[in-house]
Design a protein around this ligand. Structure first.
Ligand SMILES: *Cc1c(COP(=O)(O)O)cnc(C)c1O
Length: 494
């Protein structure tokens, strides 16, 4: 598909054709329903809920969220969605909030609000646990805010409030806690971190992107959930993604603020250009209203009872998975998960190669998400369990057991010494996409999906993951960036 003519047809094509083409393209994707893809996707497993979301999404397809005075429907819907989330998370109908496109955007806006609330700080910093989501590092880069990552407890993987307090300086504009962290699924000591922030007159953001719409239902189901929301003194903002455990279509997150001034600091306005006066609550300006309508419809279609049932099912599945992994020789669960996210690590003196294990599991139909080692925190494979995971837990455990046996049988894999040496002498950014792509086969890093195995199950990522894990962080970022560029080029992407 490199010749120009093939991209846009001269004559328009019928919709049926296009949908058939989409079906063919997505056939190679990981499955989005049924819980076998244990990251990225959240399936409520209820066709009527999906139909409600789809209908609502399409009903708002052409509405532009840019101008709430032109389309008052988006104000009404946003107030309903933000209100529903606030009412469960320590706020009420008057709690200021913003509906955003996802956790990353919610976090960027929380960091922007904290930064812009303290214009007198010339070189602002935020203090985060080392387990905080990458979105805080992204916010730091985009907003020119320094991210001070404080080591967490190496046994529990929870933030250490005293260490975070000690990392505060006169430049600090925000403290962060996760509820829970994505990587290990543990809830940080929110109350202590928020208290340390309040003592210093600083705001505290709780990243409840993954847990905000899960923990309340787990608590109702009897799980031991420490307080984490706006009801905790000192917590000044909170992010909660609805496109995760809200089971809404992608593009849905809510950012809550305790006080109005901070929401004002998240906003952006520009009336000093010759076009329409711009005032935005989000990074996007023109934006689809489908995700908002889809999130609203999903909340309404499931109702509190629906979320309770999904929460109970996910919790039960998690307990079975944790027990099952604990019984597999050579594996362990990292920390004691507070939610339904589990990090599987290795145990024993002769650690298994987790990257091979991930490929073997994928070939057996289960995608386990690789998580690299960093600063003393061990590598792991991530599993997020949702309301539909229960049925598949036994099969997942069986696949992991078989995969462990297969990895053991194959014996140890040599470390990527040659490739490391090669990369050491190279400035990756001096290579163009074609040159980089041509290097890959020689390094054994070519992504060669096996065309016969279907559904992405043949894609072997172990080489890439092993290499990334062996590289220092800045080279990891460079290699990943270089790889992404090549992936979208004709030399690798096809
Ligand atoms: C998913 C997640 C994010 C980022 O969310 P996106 O919706 O992927 O942008 C941030 N923090 C936590 C804890 C998350 O789980």
């Amino acid at each position: 598909m490199t010749d120009r003519q093939s991209f846009l047809p001269e004559a328009g094509r019928p919709a049926a054709d296009l949908l058939a083409e989409l079906r063919a393209l997505t056939a190679a994707d990981l499955p989005t329903r049924g819980g076998r893809t244990t990251a990225y996707t959240y399936d409520a497993g209820r066709p009527e809920v999906r139909a409600a979301a789809e209908g609502a999404y399409l009903a708002m397809l052409e509405v532009n969220g840019l101008d709430p005075t032109a389309f008052p429907s988006i104000v009404a819907l946003e107030r309903r969605v933000v209100g529903a989330v606030a009412a469960r998370l320590g706020g009420d109908g008057a709690t200021p909030g913003v509906f955003t496109s996802g956790g990353t955007e919610s976090i960027m806006l929380a960091v922007k609000a904290a930064r812009d609330s303290r214009p007198e700080v010339a070189e602002p910093e935020i203090v985060v646990p080392a387990t905080a989501h990458a979105a805080f590092f992204k916010a730091g880069k985009y907003l020119k805010v320094k991210v001070v990552a404080v080591p967490v407890d190496p046994e529990t993987f929870r933030a250490v409030p005293a260490a975070m307090a000690a990392a505060c300086t006169e430049r600090t504009v925000l403290l962060v806690a996760s509820a829970p962290s994505y990587a290990h699924g543990v809830v940080d000591p929110v109350a202590a971190i928020a208290a340390a922030a309040a003592e210093r007159g600083l705001p505290c953001h709780v990243d409840a992107c993954v847990g905000g719409w899960l923990l309340p239902w787990l608590a109702e189901a009897g799980a031991d959930v420490p307080p984490f929301d706006l009801s905790v003194p000192g917590v000044t903002s909170l992010s909660c993604d609805l496109h995760k455990f809200g089971y809404a279509p992608k593009g849905a997150s809510v950012l809550l603020f305790r006080d109005q001034p901070m929401r004002l600091a998240a906003y952006f306005a520009c009336a000093q250009w010759p076009g329409y006066p711009v005032v935005n609550s989000t990074v996007q300006s023109s934006k689809g209203a489908g995700p908002l309508a889809g999130a609203w419809a999903t909340l309404q279609a499931l109702g509190a009872d629906g979320y309770r049932a999904l929460g109970r099912a996910a919790l039960d599945a998690t307990r079975r998975l944790v027990a099952g992994v604990g019984a597999i020789d050579g594996l362990r669960v990292l920390g004691a998960p507070d939610a339904t996210l589990v990090a599987i690590g290795t145990s024993g003196d002769d650690p298994l190669d987790l990257w091979e294990l991930a490929d073997e599991s994928r070939a057996r139909g289960f995608f386990l998400q690789p998580q690299l080692s960093v600063d003393g925190l061990p590598a792991s494979l991530h599993v997020t369990l949702t309301g539909v995971s229960g049925e598949g837990v036994d099969a997942l455990l069986a696949a992991v057991r078989e995969s462990v046996a297969a990895v053991r049988a194959r014996g140890p894999v040599a470390p990527p010494t040659d490739v490391l040496a090669l990369l050491d002498g190279l400035d990756l950014y001096l290579l163009d996409d074609a040159a980089f792509a041509s290097l890959l086969p020689a390094t054994g890093l070519a992504l060669a999906p096996d065309p016969d195995s279907g559904a992405g199950s043949g894609t072997r990522m172990a080489g890439v993951n092993r290499l990334l894990d062996a590289l220092p962080p800045h080279l990891r970022d460079q290699l990943a960036t270089r790889f992404l560029s090549a992936l979208y080029s004709p030399y690798l992407g096809g």
